[in-house]
Ligand binder design. Structure first.
Ligand code: ZN
Ligand code: ZN
Ligand code: ZN
Length: 98
C-alpha cells in the first residue's frame, strides 16, 4: 500500500453532514456515505443506487474518499484502487471542529 495522494490533501471538513449532498438535491436515497478528503464533498457509496462518491471522483478528479459512517476509519483511493487503513473518523472530526 503506497498511496501518495492522502499526503497531499489537507484535513477537510465535510460540506454537508446531513447525507449525500447530491441525493439530497435530487431526492435520491443512499446506503452508506463517503467523504471526499480533498473538498469535503459527501457522497453515497457504490451500494447506493446513484453512486455519487464515485461520480465525484470522475467529475472532480479527487482520488481519496473516506468512510463517513460512525466508527469507520478507513479511506479508499480511486486512483490506486486501494484501501487506506485508519485515517481517522470523519464524523468525529466534523463534530470536533464544529
Ligand atoms: Zn492514492
Ligand atoms: Zn448520492
Ligand atoms: Zn472532492
Amino acid at each position: 500500500m503506497a498511496c501518495a495522494h492522502l499526503d497531499d490533501l489537507p484535513i477537510t471538513e465535510p460540506t454537508n453532514v446531513a447525507g449525500c449532498e447530491d441525493c439530497l438535491r435530487t431526492g435520491g436515497r443512499w446506503v452508506h456515505l463517503r467523504m471526499c478528503t480533498a473538498c469535503g464533498h459527501v457522497g453515497c457509496c457504490d451500494s447506493s443506487p446513484n453512486r455519487h462518491a464515485t461520480a465525484h471522483w470522475h467529475d472532480a478528479g479527487h482520488p481519496v474518499v473516506q468512510s463517513f459512517e460512525p466508527g469507520e476509519r478507513w479511506a479508499w483511493c480511486y486512483a490506486d484502487s486501494d484501501v487506506l487503513k485508519d485515517v481517522g473518523d470523519a464524523r468525529y472530526r466534523a463534530y470536533d471542529t464544529a
